[in-house]
Design a protein around this ligand. Structure first.
Ligand code: HEM
Length: 402
């Protein structure tokens, strides 16, 4: 694929090209040979595992939009530095996992299994499916809506707004400021819709996360209404495009290497390790942005204060200096500390849920689809090189096991 590309471009410029989307990994290998690279736009690209893992945990790098010129969409605490980040993350985390609510994610298992079962039941009688539209997309979106407490009856409305926002992210990252008016309008509508739900729950809690967030008066105090809105929109959006790609990339990998499909059918207990390897081998998030708060020495290069930094998570997760045989999918790979969920203070908040969703969806797709075959290889990809995944995944099937 990359042979057709202009070799005078830098590896990062070639990564941006849609022609690289199906297989960016040879470009990541090229990048790792030149581990800290200054792009013509002045940003620095960091691609080796050790450097990425070190910088992503370094308090001298910032996620705030004013310090990270290529990044920040202003998505709540994802784009905040300490201390604001830590306070909001703590207040949100209290209702999502340990130490306050340790059983929360695990207790969702039966509901998640039922959702996947229902989505796959609907495929009965069809000989052609689109894994993205039929399973990968609707599953995590419904999960996060239920978790927050968005009524299922409102899902068509909320899906349309989320879809408009997600599609707007599927744009040319070389024009970071550009966001369509439709997406902006959808964002406003989603925010005011969330505000409505939050207001209803103030003083009249139900069994959902919005109620717990709005009525909490924990050690960090009360969340302000504008904070509640940005946090709930962050969870809603962060919680679905990524997991969609995990499931779609997972299915694509299994269809390309049918022994993996068979392994998951025969030994479903391998699913946790299998999903970790998927997060390393075909991760949903390929890179992330930061800004240098002071001069930084990395790989013998000085990154000057104020520079934008692109941390290549997906290149780091395939670094042969860290992982043996990194371009092979090894289902039970030992010591698999991939960068799929980032690391440090911004490490993925939703990782336990995303893992569970990935395990359940991939196990059930492997078990129930009869003789699935890829109809397009490579499938058509979304434009976005960061949140990378297929736009559609057409698959032929001979039926569905009840
Ligand atoms: C397979 C699915 C997912 C992947 C691969 C993924 C990946 C990531 C990555 C790489 C980051 C760090 C970004 C950075 O450092 O710049 C992150 C942060 C985050 N993720 Fe996820 N994510 C997934 C699913 C989810 C889900 C299901 C939720 C919500 C329930 C979620 C919520 C968040 C939030 C709130 C942050 C920001 C954390 C912070 O700034 O402290 N993610 N995710």
């Amino acid at each position: 694929m990359s042979e057709t590309l202009d070799r005078t471009l830098t590896p990062m410029q070639r990564i941006m090209d849609p022609a690289s989307r199906a297989d960016p990994y040879p470009l990541y290998a090229e990048m790792r040979e030149m581990p800290v690279w200054k792009e013509p736009d002045g940003s620095f690209v960091v691609s080796r595992y050790e450097d990425v893992a070190r910088l992503i945990r370094d308090p001298r790098v910032s996620v705030e939009p004013q310090n990270s010129p290529r990044g920040g969409q202003g998505l709540s605490f994802l784009n905040m530095d300490p201390p604001h980040h830590d306070r909001l993350r703590r207040m949100t985390m209290r209702h999502f996992g340990p130490p306050n609510d340790p059983g929360r994610v695990e207790s969702m298992t039966p509901a998640l299994e039922a959702m996947v079962a229902q989505l796959i039941d609907r495929l009965a009688g069809r000989d052609r499916i689109d894994v993205v539209a039929d399973v990968s997309y609707p599953f995590p979106v419904t999960v996060i809506a239920d978790l927050l407490g968005v009524p299922r009856a409102d899902e068509p409305k909320f899906h349309a707004w989320a879809e408009a926002i997600v599609q707007s992210q599927d744009r040319d990252p070389r024009e970071p400021g550009k966001r369509s008016e439709t997406a902006e309008a959808a964002f406003q509508q989603l925010a005011s819709f969330m505000f409505g739900l939050i207001s209803q729950r103030k003083g009249a809690p139900r069994d959902d996360m919005l109620s717990r967030l709005v009525n909490d008066d924990g050690p960090d105090g009360v969340m302000e209404p504008h904070e509640m809105i940005t946090v709930s929109v962050l969870l809603l959006l962060a919680g679905h495009e990524t997991t969609v790609n995990l499931i779609s990339n997972g299915m694509l990998t299994m269809l390309r290497q049918p022994h993996l499909l068979q392994l998951l059918r025969d030994e479903p207990e391998v699913a946790p390790a299998f999903v970790e390897e998927m997060l390393r081998y075909e991760p949903p998030v390929h890179f992330t942005f930061r800004g240098a708060l002071c001069d930084l020495e990395v790989g013998g290069v000085t990154i000057p204060k104020g520079s934008a930094i692109q941390l290549m998570l997906a290149a780091g997760s395939r670094d042969p200096r860290r992982f043996e045989d990194p371009d092979s999918f090894i289902a039970r790979r030992p010591n698999n500390q991939h960068l799929g969920f980032g690391s440090g203070i911004h490490a993925c908040f939703g990782a336990p849920l995303a893992r569970l969703e990935g395990q359940i969806a991939l196990k059930e797709l492997a078990r129930r689809l009869v003789n699935p075959r890829l109809l397009a290889d490579p499938p058509p990809y979304r434009f976005n090189p960061t949140l990378r995944g297929p736009r559609e995944l057409p698959v032929a099937i001979d039926g569905v096991i009840p």
